[in-house]
Design a protein around this ligand. Structure first.
Ligand code: G3H
Length: 188
């Protein structure tokens, strides 16, 4: 059975400030992770039989570059679109748009950001990305985003959609999925 490796990008400038969305670059700690990821791949991954994939965003591409990779880019793996809230911090949303904040908390799966996406939308987009990647033809190593990783793991493991938005996907950790088996390699 083919192996699928999933990593979030290294910690980004937005992660540090608790900002939703954006298209920024990595923090110093995120840069360190990119380098560590390169070592992990050199030591554990057969690069001949592995396809490397990122989203089209700066933080995943920077992570791949630091790891010495030249991956394919798939727009359908970009992070959930926070619409009008892109670039705000979670604290700002809570204080300026309390009813939106509460609506999301009450139903994170179905809640759609104003002019943006919901997890239901993102699940659809992630399924489309998977179909285009054809996971059975070789091993795959994806450098993506937290919300997309939640969707992908949920789809691969056959979890219920309700579980997807709540899943914990840690930074600086390579996740390996083979069949129904999932293992975590914390690098930093
Ligand atoms: O910035 C987007 C986050 O990776 C998604 O987190 O859906 O839990 O707000 P959230």
């Amino acid at each position: 059975e083919k192996v699928i490796y999933i990593s979030r990008h290294g910690q980004s400038e937005m992660n540090v400030k608790d900002i939703i969305g954006g298209n920024g670059y990595l923090s110093p700690s995120g840069v360190e992770y990119g380098e560590k990821l390169g070592d992990f791949i050199a030591n554990h991954i057969d690069q001949e039989k592995t396809r490397f994939v990122t989203s089209s965003m700066n933080r995943t591409r920077q992570t791949a570059k630091l790891a010495g990779l030249d991956p394919d880019q798939i727009n359908d793996l970009d992070e959930i679109d926070a619409g009008d809230f892109d670039g705000l911090s979670y604290g700002e949303v809570k204080c300026r748009y309390p009813s939106e904040y509460e609506a999301r908390k009450a139903d994170k799966l179905n809640y759609r950001y104003p002019n943006g996406e919901s997890y239901v939308d993102l699940l659809k987009r992630t399924r489309r990305a998977i179909q285009n990647v054809d996971f059975e033809s070789c091993d795959n190593f994806l450098i993506i985003h937290q919300a997309v990783a939640r969707c992908l793991i949920g789809i691969l493991l056959g979890l219920s959609d309700e579980k997807v938005p709540q899943m914990e996907v840690p930074l600086h950790t390579v996740i390996k999925i083979q069949g129904s088996e999932i293992t975590y390699h914390k690098l930093l």
